[in-house]
Design a protein around this ligand. Structure first.
Ligand code: COA
Length: 534
């Protein structure tokens, strides 16, 4: 059924929303531009002088001509440390190589020699997780000095630290997920294990080296005097040690060899869902920025968003007259079937039950799920507690956690409290999670948090016989409001990798299409639920 939009793009409200949201989109573009600048002009010049390309130039050559690179988490590391770590010092994303979706992970040598800060490790591991979940070949363009040594306690010893990269490589290789690397710079210690743990590898003559310890350490340890090239250059590793398989003349040649390796891989699994001929939506994506209200608390009809994302603006709604604050329905994006679960108000018992039922259907039919989050949480109060909202909410959370289908989450408004869980927040393992610039994420809204803390303090002080003045109550509330406003922003989230990127709402369709298509070549297991509390 085609969604009939009620939006008038000539209305004052539309235009004031548009102005407000375009400012957010421009801010996003500025931040992304700065992140893509990497370590800046000076370090880029140095790279160029040594005959090397930048990480993004390499990726551009690697992917199919006229295809696009879907970069993930470009704002990782933003304002996170004293040191600037643009894009977290590593570029990750999905690119097509010989028509096949691949995960590309490329160190940015212009950012502190491509070394791994904690956020770099987190971003690398997240990219590997996406690749593993969706069975995507992994290509590592290695140009890294290994761990960022001043922060070794935050990058080396723990489970989700540097060592996990190689653990993941071994596990993915055992599952038939190809691990392929090319070495463009000095790879020392940890960095050396990436090519060594790969199924196939390339090394660039003159600039690429692989060794467990570089010449200075060798000199200190054994007294041996040796150049980097003699110790672990392309000739050594492709003709003496066998640590690498192909020697490339330069960065460009290395990328061509990588393309050739991918070309000769086995055939990927064929999609298990019925793909149909894509159709554009009936309404323009440009209007999305005019739909989101200027105030995050103001309601809007989520069907207006769906109408500008799905093929033909067609949504076959499931249970349209029941649990109306959660919209569920079947649609296609670029011809790929998708089950949509979208908030249209606060979650009640009925909406949670409807969502659970819908997830069961999609899991059975292997239809990917798309969660559109704009949720303040579940309904509270006596009537709803007595009606068992906690057990109904739990059913939704249970179904989301166990659904063995690709899950993609896009936060188009608020993402608060248990609503975040029921709508497949980060902890529920979505294959991808994106935020719009206007999106907000926190345990509850700033006002509510300030009220809770002020109420607790007021009660405490009254018990002690020293009631608080209105001014003192404001002094408790204000810092909380300020903190929540800052920490709930999409920028704050993306800097810490709570998502896979802040995206321009107008790009949603093409990003969802790319992510959905990247999930289709994996044999998803049968969904098995546990006990639903009745
Ligand atoms: N930890 C922290 N900072 C490091 C670093 C490391 N492992 N390796 C390099 N850096 C820093 C440098 O201090 C320099 O910082 P600055 O820009 O503030 O001066 C910046 O990264 C660039 O390093 P530089 O040596 O000038 O660049 P380069 O392109 O000539 O060489 C490397 C890059 C990575 C090959 C080289 O720095 C190197 O060999 N580093 C040591 C690698 C190592 O032994 N790692 C062990 C990890 S387990």
């Amino acid at each position: 059924m085609k969604i009939k939009s009620k939006i008038s793009n000539a209305s004052t409200e539309f235009n004031s929303n548009l102005q407000h949201n375009m400012a957010g989109i421009e801010e996003l573009q500025t931040f992304i531009g700065k992140a893509k600048d990497g370590g800046g002009e000076k370090s880029r010049k140095r790279l160029e002088k040594s005959g090397k390309l930048t990480a993004r130039e390499r990726i551009h050559i690697l992917i199919d001509h006229e295809s696009w690179f879907m970069e993930l988490s470009t704002l990782a590391g933003k304002d996170l440390y004293e040191e600037k770590v643009p894009a977290g010092g590593i570029v990750t994303g999905i690119g097509m190589i010989h028509g096949r979706a691949c995960m590309i992970i490329a160190n940015d040598a212009t950012v502190k020699g491509g070394t791994y800060f904690p956020i770099t490790v987190k971003k690398h591991l997240r990219a590997q997780e996406i690749a593993e979940k969706n069975h995507l070949p992994c290509l590592y363009l290695v140009d890294s000095g290994g761990a960022f040594l001043p922060m070794q306690d935050e990058v080396f010893p723990d489970k989700e630290h540097f060592g996990r990269i190689f653990f993941n490589q071994a596990r993915m290789s055992s599952k038939g997920i190809q691990q392929i690397s090319s070495v463009h710079g000095f790879c020392t210690a940890g960095g050396a294990y990436i090519p060594a743990m790969s199924d196939q590898s390339v090394i660039v003559k003159g600039t690429g080296t692989i060794f467990l310890a570089g010449p200075p350490l060798v000199k200190a340890a054994t007294g041996e005097d040796i150049t980097a090239e003699e110790l672990g250059g392309a000739r050594v590793h492709t003709s003496i040690s066998g640590v690498a398989d192909h020697a490339a003349e330069n960065d460009e040649h290395a990328c061509q060899i990588l393309r050739e390796i991918v070309k000769h891989l086995g055939k990927p699994q064929q999609p298990k869902v019925n793909l149909i001929k894509p159709r554009p939506p009936a309404y323009p994506a440009e209007e999305l920025a005019g739909i989101i209200p200027t105030e995050a608390t103001k309601a809007f009809d989520i069907r207006e968003i769906i109408a500008r994302i799905v093929d033909g603006s067609d949504l076959f709604e499931f249970k349209p007259n029941y649990g109306k604050t959660l919209i569920t329905g079947f649609a296609h994006i670029e011809g790929i079937p998708v089950g949509i679960i979208a908030n249209n108000g606060i979650l009640f018992s009925e909406s949670a039950l409807k969502g659970t039922h819908f997830i069961e259907i999609c899991s059975q039919e292997k239809i990917p799920l798309l969660f559109l989050q704009n949720i303040t949480g579940f309904m509270v109060g006596k009537k709803y507690e007595h009606g068992g909202i906690a057990k109904d909410g739990a059913k939704l959370v249970h179904a989301v956690a166990n659904a063995q289908v690709p899950k993609i989450t896009m936060v188009v408004g608020g993402s608060y409290g248990a609503g975040n869980y029921g709508m497949c927040g980060r902890a529920y393992d979505p294959s991808y999670l994106f935020m719009w610039p206007n999106a907000k994420i926190s345990v509850m809204g700033g006002e509510q948090a300030a009220d809770v803390l002020a109420t607790v303090k007021v009660a405490q002080m009254e018990k002690m016989g020293t009631p608080l003045s209105a001014e003192e109550i404001e002094e408790i509330r204000n810092p909380i409001l300020e903190k929540y406003a800052r920490e709930s922003s999409a920028w704050y989230s993306s800097a810490r990798l709570w998502d896979d990127g802040v995206i321009d709402p107008r790009d949603s369709r093409r990003i969802l299409a790319m992510t959905l298509s990247s999930t289709l070549h994996h044999q998803w297991n049968k969904t098995e639920n546990g006990i639903f509390r009745m």
